[in-house]
Design a protein around this ligand. Structure first.
Ligand SMILES: [Zn+2]
Length: 280
């Protein structure tokens, strides 16, 4: 049984078949899914929680959890009302994480200073609610030598404002270097791998994954994005996660069962959930 640590289940791309999509996940061995509550902006931050409440308790459906957070490119919309909404969502028992939050210097979007300021505010809110954070970090391609990149800025802020909390979190869709992986683990983070681990050009990512300890990794879909081979290019969904888990098993030279049990244990440990958390 697998846990999908990151899926945008509230995406309107599931509007027609969300129940079927979730039962396909269940059939494929996915026992729990963390639904990411960012929507298309703070106005939709509550949607993941709504999906949880709608589907939890149904037979043949994974157990669902939710997060809430303000995505880097939505940070200009993070007014006091949005931050208050985030705080009240994090008080809900199903909302076990704050995210995905972080820094995106790849796309032309929110100014870096705004991203940093809103990240700092969200760290404060998550710390007060004792919720682990889900980090999105995407550096700019080919940034000039010497300019501080997204990872430098991220580690600086986490070092100062998150390490002291001891709460930890997840580096979602991890694609950094081995050094960045080590620094993340040192800060108490798990590293979650998505379907892009299976892409032909992702050899550097696979080389990093192959060196990681079993007790620090997770798998995710980031659905509806990043469908793994052989479904690349299609709408992704949690039932497609098997190939990512298999790829990770091959890299770490363990069985698929071992990857499933290690990633499940890691997820339960981070969120202090009991082993009967999934629908299995
Ligand atoms: Zn995501």
């Amino acid at each position: 049984m697998l846990i999908d640590s990151h899926a945008h289940l509230d995406s309107e791309r599931y509007a027609e078949d969300r129940a079927e999509m979730l039962s396909r996940a269940w059939q494929a061995g996915v026992g729990a899914v963390l639904a990411i509550g960012i929507g298309e902006g703070p106005a939709e931050m509550h949607q993941a929680l709504e999906v949880c409440r709608e589907f939890n308790g149904r037979p043949d459906t994974p157990r669902l959890y939710a997060s809430a957070g303000i995505y880097p490119h939505n940070t200009p919309e993070a007014d006091e009302a949005a931050l208050a909404k985030l705080d009240s969502l994090l008080a809900e028992p199903e909302v076990i994480a704050c995210g995905e939050i972080g820094l995106d210097y790849y796309h032309e979007g929110a100014p870096h200073a705004v991203q940093l300021e809103v990240l700092a505010r969200q760290l404060e809110i998550a710390a007060a609610r004792k919720r682990p954070i889900l980090i999105h970090c995407r550096p700019q391609d080919g940034a000039p030598e010497g300019t501080p990149g997204a990872w430098d800025d991220l580690f600086a802020i986490l070092e100062e404002r998150w390490r002291p909390t001891g709460i930890g979190g997840i580096m979602h869709c991890f694609s950094g270097t081995y050094e960045q992986a080590q620094q993340s683990m040192d800060l108490g983070f798990l590293l979650s791998f998505a379907g892009n681990l299976t892409f032909p050009k992702a050899q550097p990512m696979r080389d990093v994954a192959a060196r990681l300890p079993l007790d620090r990794i997770l798998v995710e879909t980031d659905a509806p994005y990043l469908a793994p081979v052989p479904n690349r290019g299609k709408r992704n969904e949690p039932s497609f996660m098997g190939n990512t888990a298999r790829t990770l098993a091959g890299l770490l030279d363990v069985s698929e069962e071992e990857i499933a049990s290690a990633t499940t244990k890691n997820f339960l440990r981070l969120f202090s959930l009991s082993p009967d958390v999934g629908n299995w």
